[in-house]
Design a protein around this ligand. Sequence first.
Ligand code: UGA
Length: 447
Amino acid sequence: MFARRVMVVGTGYVGLTTGACLASLGHEVVCADIDEAKVDRLRRGVVDIVEPGLSELVVEQTSAGRLSFVVGAATALGAFEDARPAEVLFLCVPTPMGAGGVADLRAVESVMEEVGASLAPGTVVVNKSTVPVGTAERTAEMLERSDIGVVSNPEFLREGSAVKDFLGPDRIVVGSDNQDAAERVAALYARLGAPTVLTDAASAELMKYAANCFLAMKLSYVNAMAELCERVGADIGDVTEGIGYDRRIGQAFLSPGPGWGGSCLPKDTHALLQVADAADFEFRLLRATIDTNTRQRQRIVDKVRLAVTGKRTGSLSRVRLCLLGLTFKAGTDDLRDSPALAIAALLRQAGADLVGFDPALTDGLDGAPAPTEVEGVPLAPDAVTAAQGAEATIVLTEWPVFRTVDWAAMAGAMKRPIVVDTRNLVDPATLRRAGITAVGLGRRGDG
Ligand code: UGA
């Protein structure tokens, strides 16, 4: 006997994780996607994204008969055991940033047009995608049905640990103006025993932005602090360790880097600025958070320039550089809004010749050949090949394997042994032992 019949529309990393994890909690889950080839792959247990534990969970739950995949939301409606109706519909469709930084809701609208009229009375429609404040209200208007509850239930999953985050959440947030619908959604997660915030839809929608923008602000603060450390001769590692022991600050999310990226933080910071603008509120703190991040990319380029040429205004024209890591962070193959790629673009504009290596880009999808380049950056099959003839290596993604790269071999391959480590990942002593000049962020001597 299944706990609840749940339909999930959209099998991106949020939808697929939600579907597989809800199935593992005992619910009967049917996931729908418009991409036929993707549905076919998922039925065979082939997951397109690098997400630890996800493909195993998909295979396990599919074999257990709790999880299935169909093409199109309308098909999903009729795909439950004994042709019984779905009780809860999760919307996990893309909400990309549209013109002027406003999230584009066409995918949500199209699902509502496709199945809204066919939902059984009492079905709950849940917005899982990050959406502007007011979307639950708009979804309810699109539905034009008083017998369907609309709930906002934002996710707080991180790419690279989505399954773990889903099954061990810090909190569950459920917002609706329909109390009964909200409680039914909260009950889906009851087995997880997480603190649950039951609120109105607008607060739940805002909470998602508030969390991501706070995280972005924390990182911009740390990156600015790292720069200040360089100027005053302090060490960012010691400073963040020291402040992190204060439980009100916490140790997490305090590593300086090439700037924050990915499919969420950049999109959500801009979207919240729009929300603020529309409410006639000048959110200066958030604007400064974004500006600091944009500046961080240029700051990395300036560091490379200084390290390679010895001058702040030196030329990078025809300088060969090795880039280690192109994904927006470690543990994922996601390249969306990757700071590494933004920095690569700036370096290319400055005339540099780039060769990259990323451990997540060495195999193609479902047996396809590995990519040979990303956004104009040619890819090498390993770090040492990428470093051949380079005048510096730049560590851009915090892949743990970079710590244990054969740095002596790297030094031998490079024309000049310089490493600019934008993640303070590799032990500078290891680099120095290999005869490499190590430059990091905000460490003593990094200025
Ligand atoms: C982020 C949030 O962390 C999740 O809680 C949220 O659910 C998700 O967005 C979303 O809205 O879906 P994610 O985009 O997977 O998750 O990435 P993060 O782990 O937050 O990293 C964001 C960026 O900050 C990356 O570029 C990362 O390299 C950078 N970062 C992170 C640092 O530079 N330093 C750190 O200490 C941590």
